[in-house]
Write a protein that binds this ligand. Structure first.
Ligand SMILES: NC(=O)c1ccc[n+]([C@@H]2O[C@H](COP(=O)([O-])OP(=O)(O)OC[C@H]3O[C@@H](n4cnc5c(N)ncnc54)[C@H](OP(=O)(O)O)[C@@H]3O)[C@@H](O)[C@H]2O)c1
Length: 334
């Protein structure tokens, strides 16, 4: 696979988002299947593995550590802190805490679960707005100086916050949602990343399955699937957005790739500093996604794609109000 640069780290152009193996969508797959998926990703040439303290409240990092520790020197391990599961009287709760003490604690817990002495790329999962970004990034910079982390990243931040953070310590990557159907990074963050020499890691690059064309009926989603809380996955809204797919799928056929590969190839063509991290629980999907690195699009095909799916015709906000309040990104009006 072609490679791209994230600060000091060279990575295969398509990474693997490991979240869905423990968290978020359908019930997690059996452990043996999740382990096989991670090993298949290695075989397929994936080098960037993306996890977080939050995913499965530590279970995802434990899985990644268990399976990939023997292959540690071959991979670029990315994880996130500042948002994690915290014990409470009602069980474990998701808490955003960007205080220096929480970041240090999260990182130590992640290192232990990941069975490693260093994390290659460590992100602040959310900017905790009660804590100055300088304080959170200052604590992360200490982790770099201690050799526990190699490079720093931020997730779901605005260009202004990125610049403030970068003034404290070089930021190697911003990770935010970006795909044909979520264009917010085009407002400012993509350019800001280019300007400071950071990579842009695109999460949910397949629009959480919409752009693969395989999710036709959101009524089939698991009751606990997080997409059920997202406005675009409301059955009426989703049905309206589905009308965008037939010409999009026709263009994929014309290019000679699958709809999912078209979404990933579009992202790779948007900038040499962009690294998509699709998530999957299926080995056939994983191989298909990696194949997108070999798909090339002509300028005319890219222009047609921009006309087919974009902010001018996708309906509904990406997050509900509570989740939106937790992020710091510039957003186009829905
Ligand atoms: N920083 C953050 O706040 C944040 C937030 C969300 C996600 N992320 C990261 O981004 C990664 C990816 O995002 P995501 O999982 O939300 O969205 P995504 O990659 O856009 O989509 C994942 C969905 O698409 C399906 N899928 C994947 N490949 C497919 C294929 N070739 N054909 C058909 N269906 C396919 C998956 O189901 P199957 O399992 O059936 O393939 C899953 O339902 C996560 O794993 C996580 O690491 C970060």
């Amino acid at each position: 696979m072609q490679t791209r640069q994230i600060g000091p780290l060279a990575v295969a152009a398509i990474g693997l988002g490991c979240m869905n193996l423990s968290h978020a969508y359908a019930a997690p797959p059996p452990a043996a299947d999740a382990e096989a998926l991670l090993l298949a990703a290695l075989d397929a040439g994936v080098t960037l593995f993306d996890t977080a303290a939050l995913y499965g409240f530590g279970a995802n990092e434990s899985l990644v550590g268990r399976v990939l520790a023997p292959h540690r020197s071959r991979i670029v391990l990315a994880s996130k802190g500042g948002m994690a599961g915290v014990e409470s009287a009602d069980g474990v709760k998701r808490v955003i805490d960007g205080s220096p003490a929480a970041i240090r604690r999260n990182c130590e817990d992640s290192l232990r679960r990941l069975r490693t002495d260093h994390i290659d790329l460590y992100y602040l999962h959310r900017w905790h707005k009660a804590v100055p970004i300088e304080d959170s990034v200052g604590a992360m910079a200490e982790l770099v100086r201690a050799g526990k982390v190699r490079a720093l990243g931020l997730s779901e931040v605005s260009a202004a916050t990125l610049r403030r953070a970068h003034a404290v310590h070089p930021i190697a990557a911003v990770q935010s949602e970006y795909s044909l159907w979520t264009r917010n990074p085009e407002i400012a963050v993509l350019d800001a990343c280019r300007e400071i020499g950071a990579a842009f890691v695109a999460f949910s690059p397949l629009a959480r399955a919409f752009l693969t064309g395989t999710l036709r009926d959101v009524g089939t989603l698991d009751a606990k699937d997080l997409r059920r809380q997202m406005a675009r996955f409301d059955p009426d809204t989703y049905a309206r957005n589905l009308k965008l797919l037939p010409p999009y799928e026709a263009l994929a056929a014309e290019v000679g790739c699958t709809p999912g590969q078209l979404a990933l190839a579009w992202l790779l063509a948007r900038g040499g500093h962009i690294v998509p991290i699709p998530g999957t629980t299926r080995i056939d999907h994983l191989r298909e996604n990696c194949g997108a690195a070999a798909v090339t699009l002509t300028p005319a095909q890219r222009a047609r794609l921009d006309a087919l799916v974009g902010r001018h015709n996708v309906i509904g906000p990406r997050y509900n109000a509570a989740t939106q309040a937790e992020v710091d990104t510039e957003e186009f009006p829905a």
